[in-house]
Design a protein. Structure first.
Length: 404
């Protein structure tokens, strides 16, 4: 019985129907994936940013080009056109998916992969399993390339041009495949790209700017504890300043297009929009992290062109810092730099945000013993003992692989 089943499976793998089913399955997956990304391309770009692998510019390019490549590969496989290059390209792209998922899983990241846009949210482990299945399908297709695909458009065109001279027939086959693909992919792709509704956020901003009222644009994410802290500050400012400013809250995930437009890649992020010109919105201040009420208030005054006198009399200080690198191996020391403003007299550094002060130097050096992703907190005190605190979440990546 087992021998018969094995023989039946081998016969099926050698059949035309095997090639037919494999290319239709893989092509269909790529078509759905590319189409779903095009309808929510900004959200997909944000999800690629969340992997933390590519630079901002590289993420924009990858997130813009990939859906079109998937759509093109999908239709090539589905129609049986340019099978060999399409299959090899699918192997390379699936390899990038596998690498990305292994990377985020190894770093303990949680979230969804955005593989099918917003159509089917998938965890990173589930996405990795799906990628392995897709890779197996692509490899099987490569192994089947020796057999002619009776049902492919390339084979159909070959039969139709059989009576022509070899070179002329070959040229007509290639041009015919290209024209057919363009007639399908371009209208479909542009339709899907244009089928994204314009967010109400833009109309809210424009309506406020028309009334000469600057906008406080606050990006948040549900379930984010730091965002909840920032929201309390934003709410208190709105109670006092609603007549002079408009306060617009933006869900980072639901309004991914708006986040991409304003180059927001993390939450909480607060922007102050002072106006608009031919180049777009004028962002006068940008705070890509948890920020104090005083700092936002100072920026609001500056946006209005008014000096905030309360800062000087209150002994006000503003905290900021940077690191010479945000990724290193274990035991390799990292130097941190205080960039705070004001009459600073004391510094308290917490390099893993565990509530324990690790250094009181202004520009300390610290080496992490264990690998992981670390948040860093700096608290500064001025001459009047006023304090300001800044935490940069997930700021330092430490590995022990020796590959950095």
């Amino acid at each position: 019985m087992l021998f018969e089943v094995k023989a039946m499976l081998l016969r099926w793998l050698r059949s035309q129907w095997c090639l037919y089913v494999l290319r239709l399955s893989l092509g269909g997956i790529f078509i759905v994936a590319g189409a779903s990304k095009l309808t929510a391309q900004a959200q997909f770009i944000n999800e690629v940013t969340g992997y933390g692998i590519l630079t901002y510019d590289a993420t924009q390019i990858y997130g813009t080009v990939l859906p079109w490549l998937e759509l093109t590969m999908g239709w090539c496989l589905f129609l049986g056109a340019f099978m060999v290059p399409a299959t090899w390209l699918s192997v390379m792209i699936i390899s990038s998916f596998i690498f990305a998922n292994i990377y985020v899983i190894s770093h303990g990241a949680a979230g969804t992969c955005g593989c099918l846009g917003g159509l089917v949210p998938m965890s990173y482990p589930a996405s990795l399993a799906a990628d392995i299945i897709m890779m197996s399908t692509a490899v099987a297709l490569l192994l089947c390339q020796r057999r002619q695909d009776t049902y492919g458009i390339a084979t159909v065109l070959s039969r139709l041009t059989r009576s022509l001279p070899k070179e002329a027939g070959h040229l007509i086959q290639k041009v015919g495949q290209i024209i057919l693909l363009l007639l399908i992919i371009l209208p479909l792709g542009f339709f899907l790209s244009a089928n994204t509704a314009l967010s109400h956020v833009y109309s809210d901003i424009d309506a406020s700017l028309e009334k000469a009222r600057p906008v406080v644009l606050y990006f948040y994410l549900d379930g984010c504890g730091v965002c909840a802290e920032q929201k309390t500050i934003i709410d208190s400012l709105e109670e006092r300043w609603r007549e002079s400013f408009s306060f617009v809250r933006v869900d980072f995930e639901a309004e991914a297009g708006v986040a991409a437009e304003f180059k927001v890649t993390s939450v909480p992020t607060t922007l102050l929009i002072a106006g608009r010109n031919d180049d777009g919105y004028i962002v006068s201040h940008r705070f890509p992290h948890l920020i104090t009420r005083e700092i936002i208030l100072s920026s609001m005054y500056k946006t209005l062109g008014v000096e905030y006198a309360g800062m000087a009399t209150a002994g006000w200080c503003q905290v900021e810092f940077s690191a010479e690198t945000t990724s290193a191996n274990t035991v390799v020391p990292i130097r941190f730099f205080d960039q705070s403003t004001g009459d600073i007299k004391g510094w308290e550094w917490d390099f893993n945000s565990d509530g324990i002060v690790d250094s009181t130097e202004r520009n300390p050096v610290y080496a992490y013993e264990d690998d992981g992703i670390y948040s860093v907190t700096l608290t500064v005190r001025d001459a009047n003992n006023h304090m300001a605190t800044l935490t940069k979440h997930g700021y330092i990546l430490v590995t022990n692989c020796g590959c950095m």
